[in-house]
Ligand binder design. Structure first.
Ligand SMILES: [Zn+2]
Ligand SMILES: [Zn+2]
Ligand SMILES: [Zn+2]
Length: 211
């Protein structure tokens, strides 16, 4: 009986006796396809011994396979554990960085917001102060005009003209209410020791100076 395997090379071929893949090196097509372990199984009336050897051989192969498989499983498990650890570490680092970035970002924004608000408030305060001074300045001028032109009990303007004929008095008539309010408020400021817009010749200022 011949075989069809290549000659003069190292091969792994299933042994026709034990059916296990075994190393072969054929030199002739008439070489038996029977491994070195099985050479003495052939032709003899030793079926019990043959079967026992085959079972042992397969059991050993199975154990070796199992061991390799177990080692492979253990190695894979170890890799998985290591990868889980790495992932946990990375997640921790990402969370840390995220917190750091968020903290710095919000701190920066808050800082900028604080500066802007301060600046806006300062500018608004300065504008308010400027507007107040301009109103004080205009009101002081108006007050001087009013002291020169107001109706006295004799139905005459204090400038000497007949009531109703003084154009200066008529011009400021609509402002007398606002002027009175401003004067009252500034007298109160003066008496409270605060800054006021009354002109230096205002009676309240003169009275304060005398005291
Ligand atoms: Zn064999
Ligand atoms: Zn055999
Ligand atoms: Zn007048």
């Amino acid at each position: 009986m011949t075989h069809a395997h290549p000659l003069h090379v190292d091969l792994e071929v299933a042994c026709l006796c034990c059916l296990a893949p075994q190393p072969f090196h054929f030199t002739s097509l008439s070489d038996q396809v029977v491994c070195v372990l099985c050479v003495h199984h052939i032709g003899a009336e030793k079926s019990e011994r043959r079967d026992l050897e085959h079972v042992r051989m397969w059991a050993a192969r199975c154990t070796a396979n199992q061991t390799m498989h177990d080692a492979y499983i253990a190695e894979t498990d170890a890799l998985l554990v290591a990868r889980d650890t790495d992932l946990t570490d990375l997640r921790g680092q990402v969370a840390e960085l995220r917190a750091l970035v968020a903290g710095q970002f919000s701190a920066g924004i808050d800082g900028v917001r604080g500066l802007l608000q301060n600046d806006l408030i300062k500018r608004a305060e300065r504008n308010t102060e400027l507007a107040r001074r301009q109103i004080d300045w205009a009101m002081a001028g108006l007050w001087r005009v009013a002291t020169l032109h107001h109706d006295d009990p004799a139905a005459k303007c204090s400038c000497g003209r007949t009531a109703g004929t003084c154009s200066e008095s008529t011009a400021i008539d609509s402002l007398r209410q606002a002027l009175g309010d401003w004067e009252k408020k500034n007298v109160a400021l003066l008496q409270g020791g605060r800054r006021h817009g009354l002109p230096p010749e205002h009676p309240a200022v003169l009275a304060q100076r005398i005291r």
